[in-house]
Design a protein. Structure first.
Length: 105
């Protein structure tokens, strides 16, 4: 009986320690953190727009292009031309790289 009580006490202490460790080792996510992450996922980093007949890359919300490509709007399919004339959002550096590779070829 004494061994059972000791074993049960050790198990409870271990479980309690694990719960405390988990509680304090993981950073708490606040509502503002979640909103910031959500905004980052939904707000583009770049917009591709037409400038003087070619595609240009603009930081989101800026009117100054960071890169003007040699990709002519007239070389794109009609559907892609319409997208670019409206402004095409890119949400990451990887999307920007893929976009330039796909349309630059």
């Amino acid at each position: 009986m004494k061994k059972t009580v000791i074993a049960l006490s050790v198990c409870c202490a271990t479980l309690f320690s694990m719960l405390l460790w988990q509680q304090f080792s993981e950073p708490a996510v606040t509502a503002s953190d979640a909103l910031t992450t959500q905004e980052q996922e939904t707000q583009p980093l770049y917009m591709v727009r037409v400038a003087d007949g070619v595609l240009a890359i603009y930081p989101y919300g800026s009117d100054t292009a960071t890169e003007v490509t040699d990709i002519r709007l007239s070389s794109l399919r009609e559907y892609d031309q319409k997208l670019m004339q409206q402004g095409f959002p890119l949400y990451s550096e990887q999307e920007l790289t893929s976009f330039l590779e796909d349309f630059g070829s």
